[in-house]
Design a protein around this ligand. Sequence first.
Ligand code: MLT
Length: 216
Amino acid sequence: MAFLTFRHRFIASQIATQSGASNITLLMLHGTGGTETDLLDMGRVIAPEATLLSPRGKVLENGMSRFFRRLAEGVFDLDDLKLRTHELADFITAAADAYQFDREHMVAVGYSNGANIAASLMLSVPKMLAGAILFRPMLPLTPDVPPALADVPVLISAGQYDPIVAATQTAQLADMLRSSGAHVTQITQPSSHALTQADVEAARVWFAEQFTVPTR
Ligand code: MLT
């Protein structure tokens, strides 16, 4: 589909249930150097019933794919970030039309650079995400207009020994989201920047609590 401007994978939900999670699409956003296939297995574990949409970041840094440019580690090119955030939002809208999924029930699952563009989407594009799971994120930008995120559930999973994201940077993002009304759950893994099995398990449990409507 030429008009879908990101290389991507789309996997429609195979399970029609009454549990409420099958109308959710997980937007899987990889970290620096990743691809659109990296997080698919994790998405299946977190929400077996969900549809998956997984784009590949278009920016290349020494051959590694990212979702926006940076000037140095943790120093972002804010003009590029804003442009790429809206470009990703346009892609999501076009993909929802093309694949006929419900854009109102999209939950982002992002790792590192993918978590940062997910946070940027939440902070900059109103009503883009119904929730987010952010692994090792930081505050990517301060939005021009205060975002309205009333009761939007967000899980932030930080690494206690992360050499890239300091605890203060995680806290800045959590504070920004909370002050915009989001319902933020913050956890810290006894680990570094890399994703761990404990991150995935915590996300699975959190997702089920937030989005699964019990069947009678
Ligand atoms: C990364 O390595 O991807 C950084 O930690 C996060 C970013 O640059 O967005």
